[in-house]
Design a protein around this ligand. Structure first.
Ligand code: PMP
Length: 403
């Protein structure tokens, strides 16, 4: 008898699907931020100052006063009044044709990706992703034993490579994209790329998965105008999240899509966890409906992240003239190519020795990585530390060149 995956003396056998997972890629990335002697450009988290929310404590008391039992199981699809707020936001801000019944509240966009895959993917199905792509989504696609095909999207103005692959018989089930301020590249899809994607999804019958947690964190002077995929085609599922605009610990995001997909999502959702905490949903709704709260918070976050992005970009230009990068127009990440012939994964131990961390770009490619790339998160980098972080990085690179 062939042993099951992972079966060895004294170790439990694991499901075959576990074979595709690398040991906690996300966990090892987050742990790089833990050392006090290291300035971390690794963890892609909101700034601590950004997650502070004294208003949350103030709204929780009255909610608990009104519901002394701490509330019951709620509607599996989410608190109806919160879904109403979300549908209103999707209509007003994204131009989506959304009704509360089309919205499912989930435990963050991450659970949204998982539920979409659970409802729609069979082992061996093809999922197209951008090159590079969000590591947390790659983990889920592997877990569902998808064949992940990375194709440049943001870097291909006409989407020529994707168009050609489809014309030559590529038949994806899903195409996953982070269209605004992507993790890790910071890239934004242009309006014409979005229209092309919508056209290709309709022509070839695949579903677009639009993961949009950074949408409101634009750092440009004006709110960007490119349409959301969900406003362009019914062949799309849209994922949103309050993690980056409120705080990740609320674990509240949402999912919307065509009715047939949403019915399937509802079923797998029931089987998964019966729904979000009603207490936290009421807290989020109370915050969102407080007069001026969201606008004030978003103004504050945009100012904070704009300052951090500018500080890191200017420090890198001063200390690392050989690195190539484009300061992103929003989000948390600056994607850099450190220099010709450099391998950012090999360089990481030396960077840590010099007291700075980042995520090697290779983690974000399911195949054929670009070794010189690195994800530098500015979200948790106080502006006054940007110069020191870049100087340490330059010393680590200088050492590597001298070796
Ligand atoms: N998608 C992307 C692109 C992300 O960057 C993240 C967070 N790092 C997530 C999803 C997960 O977010 P949430 O907290 O909403 O689950």
């Amino acid at each position: 008898m062939t042993p099951r995956h992972g079966q060895a003396a004294g170790r439990p056998a694991l499901a075959a699907r576990m074979g595709g997972l690398s040991p906690s890629a996300i966990g090892s990335v987050l742990r790089l931020g833990d050392r006090s002697d290291v300035i971390s450009l690794a963890g892609g988290l909101p700034a601590r100052e950004a997650s502070e929310c004294p208003e949350a404590a103030a709204v929780l008391g009255p909610i608990l006063g009104e519901h002394p039992t701490g509330l019951d199981y709620g509607d599996t699809n989410g608190l109806p009044t919160l879904r109403e707020w979300i549908a209103g936001y999707l209509r007003a801000d994204l131009g989506a044709d959304s009704e509360p019944d089309d919205v499912v509240v989930v435990h963050g966009a991450q659970q949204g990706i998982d539920l979409v895959c659970k409802a729609l993917l069979d082992p061996g199905d093809v999922v197209v992703v951008d090159r590079p792509s969000y590591i947390g989504a790659l983990q889920v696609f592997r877990l569902f034993q998808a064949e992940v095909r990375a194709v440049p999207l943001a870097d291909d103005p006409e989407l020529g490579e994707l168009t050609e692959a489809l014309a030559h018989g590529l038949r994806p089930r899903l195409l996953y994209t982070v269209p605004n301020y992507s993790n890790p590249s910071g890239a934004v899809l242009t309006a014409s790329q979005r229209r092309r994607l919508a056209g290709l999804a309709e022509r070839y019958g695949f579903l677009l998965v639009e993961d949009d947690p950074y949408r409101e964190l634009w750092l440009t002077d004006e709110r960007p105008s490119a349409p959301a995929l969900t406003a362009l085609t019914d062949r799309s599922v849209h994922l949103g999240s309050f993690s980056k605009i409120l705080f990740p610990g609320c674990r509240i995001g949402y999912l919307t899509g065509p009715p047939a997909v949403m019915s399937a999502i509802t079923l797998v959702r029931q089987a998964a966890d019966l729904g979000n905490s009603e207490l936290l949903q009421r807290m989020v709704l109370a915050l969102l409906t407080q007069d001026g709260f969201l606008d004030r918070r978003l103004d504050r976050l945009r100012a904070l992240y704009r300052e951090r992005r500018d500080a890191l970009a200017s420090a890198l230009s001063r200390h690392l003239p050989g690195a190539a990068f484009r300061p992103p127009e929003g989000g948390f990440f600056l994607w850099a190519t450190l220099g010709p012939g450099l391998d950012s994964a090999l360089l990481l131990p030396s960077a840590l020795k010099h007291g700075v961390s980042y995520v090697p770009g290779a983690a974000f490619y399911p195949s054929r990585p670009e070794p010189s790339t690195a994800r530098l998160a500015f979200s948790c980098l106080p502006p006054e530390q940007a110069g020191e972080a870049a100087a340490r990085l330059a010393r680590a690179l200088g050492g590597a060149r001298a070796d």
